[in-house]
Design a binder for this molecule. Structure first.
Ligand SMILES: [Zn+2]
Ligand SMILES: [Zn+2]
Length: 85
């Protein structure tokens, strides 16, 4: 595996680089992840914030989570297409 991984939204607005491999990657099929992703499951990659570099000029926007979600988590979405980053 490469030491860095580049990625971004399909719309091309938000681009980022993972400076390391994620700590863990998993799919969650709970109702909350289904609602937030608009799909059968949410795909999550956990990595330290300082190991993520934003490459483009467009910054992901923080979006408040529903009150039923555990506190302390912030979701970021692409400001162009509103898809989670
Ligand atoms: Zn879930
Ligand atoms: Zn987008």
């Amino acid at each position: 595996m490469a030491s860095t991984l580049d990625g971004g939204r399909a719309c091309g607005s938000v681009r980022y680089r993972l400076e390391d491999e994620p700590i863990v990657v998993h799919c969650c099929h709970c109702r909350f992840c289904q609602r937030m992703s608009g799909s059968a499951f949410g795909l999550n990659a956990m990595i330290e914030t300082e190991r993520v570099t934003l490459l483009g000029r467009t910054l992901p926007e923080p979006v408040p989570t529903p009150p039923t979600h555990p506190k302390g988590q912030v979701w970021y979405r692409c400001p162009s297409c509103q898809v989670s980053v």
